[in-house]
Design a protein around this ligand. Sequence first.
Ligand SMILES: [Zn+2]
Length: 487
Amino acid sequence: MNTVIILRMKIVLLITLCLYALLCHAEGLPDLGDISQDAISPQQERQIGEQSMLQIRADKSYLDDAEIADYLNILGATLVSNSSEPGQAFEFFAINNNAINAFALPGGYIGVNTGLILTTQNESELASVLSHEISHVTQHHLARMVSGQKVDSLASLAIIAAAILTARSNPDAAMAGIIGVQAGGIQRQLNFTRVHEQEADRIGLSNLQKSGFDARAMPVFFERMQNATRLLEGNTPPYLRTHPLTSERIADMANRVQQMPFHPVLSSLTYNLVRAKLQYMQKSPTEAIKYFNAALGSQKHGNQLAQRYGLVLSLLRNNQIPRAVQEFSPLKKFVTNNPMIAALSGQLLRANIQTQKNPEQGAIEFYRSATQNFPQHRTLVYDYAEVLLKYKRFQEAATLLNQQVIAHPDDPHLYELQARNYAALGKPQEEHHALAYNYILHGNLRGAIEQLELAKHSGYDFHELSTIEIELKQFREIAAAQEKNKH
Ligand SMILES: [Zn+2]
């Protein structure tokens, strides 16, 4: 049995535990429920998903960009709210990979490759893939497939999680090294059946339309994927290997769409900005400038605002500040109605302090108003915290970060900012405690224990100390169990 997997799973449970202990003053371990039943409960589905996510987040292909993740989550939430399970928690994330792929894990975790986002030609096409994946989750297809497996321990859950992760995110099973023979056997049973696909198509299509997108986008996009397969000659995109696509399926979608009212929909500005940002990320600074200059110059294809956004990002990265400021000016009027343009405007403001009389006041006022306009946009929050730290406004930073940690308790970046702020405030106990959360959310148990030990010996706050003691005891128990399993 892979001890790393057991350990990671326990860490996930712990993350939940320790965050609740800190924020909700909950006592004791969460109830894991009875795992010796036949069907997998929603709670177990969530555990399998969390288990897989810990591996995904630690992988270098995980795209750690709050703006892109926030966009996918907002788009996904619209679709989920019209699904049969509007109350189900979902998490959408991007994988930095050019292969056309998207995958659903049990418990509502949905990954989309950057290659798929860039292959879509409008937002309804992207929404159609998300809608199809959401339907696999709300119909509990994966849970139904594994429910025949004997799930008699947490360890079995871990094996299933590894198998699902391998089957979904990498149908070639290049990650086979992380799973055993047992998991390989389960994995072969994890391909969606035709019935599952048809169900996900029909329900997904109906949700797509209910959510206000252009339903025609679904057959169009799936057909484009199928055509791409022919061109690739045997190089089937991973998506089509885990969701076998047939002409029958496309015809069925097209038939249903014909019975729906004609409903053209414009893509949102943010959809176009996200695509521009992905293109920018994939190129070197000089390549990116050339690319967006050419796109803007041709004035033919694509969204001009998004191309300009990509150009300004590229100029900023290439340290061509005056030109970046100049190119940004047509985007200024969107600062108050688009969070990504607001974030870029703030970054430009911070890069261009030479021309400002009072850069501190300017930056603080900008971020105060931008975070009020877009309270859910995490990049603006991170940047605001950086500005407060830079100008030594530590009390304001503490207030901001405390609020944010309550809203996003599993965001490791917030704990890192909080630790830096506590260090500046001369609060070593809180600093090490926050760092422990940052480490554990990155799956680093040893580092978290070290930080908790440092925290324990560097302060006297009673509540803080008792939480630290409890966490330290549990983290050490897990470390000991891991040590024992090695032998
Ligand atoms: Zn499917």
